[in-house]
Each structure stands twice: as structure tokens, then as C-alpha cells.
Design a protein around this ligand. Sequence first.
Ligand code: CA
Ligand code: CA
Ligand code: CA
Ligand code: CA
Length: 348
Amino acid sequence: MQSGRAVLCSLGWLSLSLLSLLFPAGCARPANLSALRGREELLPPEHLNGVRLERDGHLNRELPQELFLGRERERFEEDSQPRRNRRKLVGIFSKVDRNNDQKISAKEMQRWIMEKTEEHFQEAVQENKMHFRAVDPDGDGHVSWDEYKIKFLASKGFNEKEIAEKIKNNEELKIDEETQEVLDNLKDRWYQADNPPPDLLLSEQEFLSFLHPEHSRGMLHFMVQEIVRDLDQDGDKRLTLPEFISLPVGTVENQQAQDVDDDWVRDRRKEFQEVIDANRDGIVTMEELEEYMDPMNEHNALNEARQMIAVADENQDHQLELEEILKYSEYFTGSKLMDYARNVHEEF
Ligand SMILES: [Ca+2]
Ligand SMILES: [Ca+2]
Ligand SMILES: [Ca+2]
Ligand SMILES: [Ca+2]
């Protein structure tokens, strides 16, 4: 293990961050690691900030918080001190309320959501710069499929030098079935991300859409195809409600699991019927799903704004007052403020 570790230590930042999970004490480079901590940059992430479905077809449960907080989200997670969170929330409220009438309208929220979505986009662009440097150590602005494959396999515990040598000599790599399957899927995506003329070299921009399909129409389309392929049972390339709400086999074991499954089904049914199936004909086509998945779509942002308002609009005026946001802070920020908000109210 020791010699393996020595080799591993000589890899780029990217592998380093992956390996820090396996060898927490080794290869410490704190300043840069903190930015990469706990993420698998080599692989396209399952979860995409601000996008309505995960890559595996699950609903993004953190969407309201991502769209409401943008990059502030981490600050809310790191510091959940109620007094400070309340202050932050009040600050956000006054920014969303552009016309200063102490209410957030659907239009104001829509505009805010678009700004926060743009923040997530910029964040991905910045992170991608770092990831790209790691897979393109010679800095010529292009990364080949083989270079990527070597880095990927190294992150899976293969010896980078050996793998590189074998690939160079066209020798067979002994890869287990599971890893091979991941690799095949990645290669499909690699081809998709490679703009014509195809040379299997990705530029920084192409690498961004490889990792983040929401940044390119073509890749978004490809992601939708993958999701439909996974959920479509009769092979007609469209989704019915039963197809969309089918549960993975063997998930229900006890009452608690049953309740979770019930929630899961209920939420998906609602999303299918009320949002994704735009023309309400009971079928979700690829086009409908792609529209729905597009984070830059203003119509989606308005829908989302209305949904967010509906959740917390206790006085039913179709707008959000500060009190309503504070009361539903868990929905908007992920941290509870309700008791605190009430206490403060009573104090004054
Ligand atoms: Ca307002
Ligand atoms: Ca179908
Ligand atoms: Ca439809
Ligand atoms: Ca209201």
C-alpha cells in the first residue's frame, strides 16, 4: 500500500481529492483540498444544482433551497446559528423584494430564481476550470478520452503508470464489469460532449458540458434520453404516470419504508401531472421532459416561484411576507427558525 500511496501522491489535484477520502492522513494540501473536499470531480455529478431531476431520474428535493439561496446555501449549512440565519434571511428578503413593498411577488421571485440559477452556472464554470486543469496537466487546452480514462481508473485504485503504459501499447486492461459499465457510459457522454468535428478531445467548454449537461442544449437532451431510457418500460420513448412513479424493486420492507415510498409516489405523481406533462394528456414526451429540465427556462422559473409562494402563503395573498418566509425557513433554507422567530416576536 505504501508504494501505491507514493505514486498516488504524485497525481494531480483531482485524484488527490478523491484519494483524500481513502487516505485521509496522506497527501495533505489543505488550501486547495478544502475547495474540492468530498466531491468526485472526475465523474459527472448525480446531483446538479438548480436542475429539477437528478441524473438518475429522482426529483431534486433541495431545489427550493438551491433556487432561493444560490451560493449562500453553504453559509446557511455551515452556520446554523438561528440569530445569524434570521439576519441573513431578512437580508435576502429585502433583496428579492425589489419594489420594497415588504412582499415578494411571483415576478420578483421568478427574477430572483433566474439570478440564483445563473450563480449556480457560474459556480460550475469556476469549478470546471479547476477540474479541467487536473485532467489536462500539460495545459494544451484539450483532454483526450485516453487521458481521462487513465485518471478515472487511477481514481478507482488502478496504478496510473501501468494503465497508461497498457493503453499506449494497446494491451488489454483487466477491468471489473461494474467499472467497465461506468466507463462505457462515460464514453457515450464523452462522444456527446465532443462538438463536431469529433476528435475525442474535449476543450474546457466541452468538458464543462460533459460534467454539467445543463450547460448545453445537446447534453441536456442526452440526459433526458438517459432518464427516459431508464424509466420507460414499454419502449415507446415516452413516459406514462405508472412508468414515472414505479419504485425500484424491493424497497418496501416496513411501515416506515412504506411511508417514505408513499411520499415518494405522491410527490412524483404531483410533479408529473401538474408540471412535467405540460399539455396534460397523461404522457410525458422527451420534449416535455427537456423543457421541464431546462434550468434557464423563464417559464419554469415562474412556475417554481408560484410553487414556492404557495407553500408558505398563509394569508393567501399570493405573495410572501417576511413572517411567512421566517415561518417556513426550513423549506427555503434547510434550517429551522420557526421557534426562534416566534420568540423574537414575543420579545418585542
Ligand atoms: Ca415586492
Ligand atoms: Ca413508455
Ligand atoms: Ca404530455
Ligand atoms: Ca402571503
